[in-house]
Design a protein around this ligand. Structure first.
Ligand code: AMP
Ligand code: MG
Length: 436
């Protein structure tokens, strides 16, 4: 779909949330193709493992070794040759000839009728292929054990060489947004640095004559600029580089200058305010000079007005800057960020999975919902007496009421065609935080 400001679709009708998402993803794809054509090698950098959290892996990480490097015991117990399990005897008796510890292998010989006391992680001697866990042995004399044959099969409780990762095979695929487990996995391979995508530079600015910085006294009719701080929090979670362009007044010259400056310095510009009906004409005029930006009316609540596109006419910069003009209302800023901006930033940075996971929960109360738009209500996730997930909406849901976001831990997402919700209905839920 075209995102041109003159597109009749965008001027006359409200855009379905899914259409908006698709249009954004298509444009990001286009930008990625442009970037690939330039083959910008600055896009990849090498970082120490302990600095790689939340970065995007740039190339498949191939395992230089087998993990585990050799067969070893999965339990504390006794290792033996499982051949003896083939007999009809129901009770097995074995003589204990020594002990193997993790990191300290047993070097002696183990013959028929013999076993080795073995700790978890200790190397399996070549003569042994099975481990009977200590708790399954029915009698332990000074140097002998017995156990029932039925308690295990040949080959059990042994970790095989390379069963986790094989030498030369991809251990972590390119595009992975690196999590703590990935860092541990790389470390288990002896890898101390990773090649990751460079951090995107994201410029943020707030527009509005009413906005004050935090060190100013609040004059009549003014409010503190909160949007830059919620945006900073959201962007920091993605480990991106933030270029803070401050507050910009509602006049064409200041706005144009600020947009050019921000776009020159950053890959992406996120502004808030100045896109609602009363102010959009003003911003539109500037955007027409600077780039290709659509002014959208999205069928959603909150977050209906949003500008989106690219800034191109920036002197001294060959690549386009992705632009999100978010609405000014503090909750709408966060909703549109979570729904549109977050996925676009991840996609632009080469991540293979960009969508946050959805779950379902039972609504504790009825929710009024108008069909024909997607609603994002702030809610608290809990559990009922049967252990099923439940959600409860947090107080007033006005687009400016940031407390509703602050007290909530998830969105209830009510789909475009959905009508009123009754208490006890299952609804879609997106959590603000995963396991952090
Ligand atoms: P606008 O989209 O510029 O019409 O703004 C919509 C509402 O959000 C107005 O009540 C603004 O005062 C408020 N607003 C705009 N920008 C900010 C900001 N940076 N921080 C807090 N509130 C804002
Ligand atoms: Mg404004």
């Amino acid at each position: 779909m075209s995102i041109s400001p003159n597109s009749p679709i965008l001027l006359t009708a409200s855009l379905h949330v899914d259409e908006a998402r698709k249009a954004i993803s298509n444009l990001v794809d286009e930008l990625l193709r442009e970037a690939n054509a330039i083959q910008d090698s600055n896009d990849i950098e090498t970082v120490a493992l302990d600095q790689a959290i939340n970065r995007v892996l740039a190339k498949n990480l191939l395992s230089p070794i087998n993990v585990p490097a050799a067969d070893n015991s999965a339990m504390d117990g006794f290792a033996f040759d499982g051949k003896c399990l083939d007999t009809k005897e129901t009770e097995v008796a074995l003589r204990v000839v020594g002990t193997a510890f993790a990191g300290k292998p047993y070097e002696g010989f183990i013959g028929p009728g013999e076993c080795l006391k073995i700790m978890t992680g200790a190397l399996m001697p070549s003569a042994c292929d099975t481990v009977i866990p200590q708790e399954f042995t029915t009698a332990i004399a000074e140097n002998a054990i017995t156990f029932k044959q039925s308690q295990l099969k040949r080959g059990e409780n042994r970790r095989l060489c390379g069963e986790d990762l094989q030498e030369g095979k991809p251990a972590i695929a390119a595009g992975r947004l690196l999590r703590p487990s990935d860092l541990g996995l790389a470390a288990s391979l002896g890898i101390s640095t990773l090649q990751v995508r460079r951090r995107l530079k994201v410029a943020i600015l707030s527009s509005g004559d009413e906005l004050c910085t935090l060190n100013e006294a609040l004059a009549v009719g003014k409010i503190y600029d909160s949007n830059r701080y919620s945006l900073t929090g959201l962007l920091n979670r993605l480990n991106l580089e933030i270029v803070d362009c401050g507050i910009v007044r509602d006049d064409p010259t200041s706005l144009k200058e600020a947009f050019i400056k921000a776009a020159t310095q950053a890959d992406v510009l996120i502004s808030s305010g100045g896109v609602s009906v009363g102010e959009a004409d003003f911003t539109k005029q500037i955007m027409q000079e600077l780039g290709d930006v659509g002014f959208w009316k999205i069928a959603m609540r909150p977050g209906r007005p949003m500008a989106f596109g690219t800034l191109k006419a920036v002197p001294g910069k060959s690549s386009s800057t992705l632009f999100f003009g978010l609405p000014g209302n503090p909750v709408a800023v966060m909703v549109t960020f979570y729904q549109f901006v977050r996925a676009a930033l991840l996609q632009l940075n080469g991540a293979s999975h960009t969508e946050p996971p959805l779950m379902q929960a039972i609504s504790e109360e009825p929710i009024r919902k108008r069909s024909g738009r997607t609603e994002f209500q702030r809610a608290i996730l809990g559990r009922n007496a049967e252990g099923k997930p439940t959600v409860k909406i947090t107080g007033s849901q006005g687009a400016g009421i940031l407390r509703s976001m602050s007290e909530a831990n998830c969105f209830v997402i009510l789909g475009h065609d959905q009508g009123n919700i009754a208490a006890g209905d299952w609804v879609d839920v997106a959590l603000f935080d995963g396991l952090l």
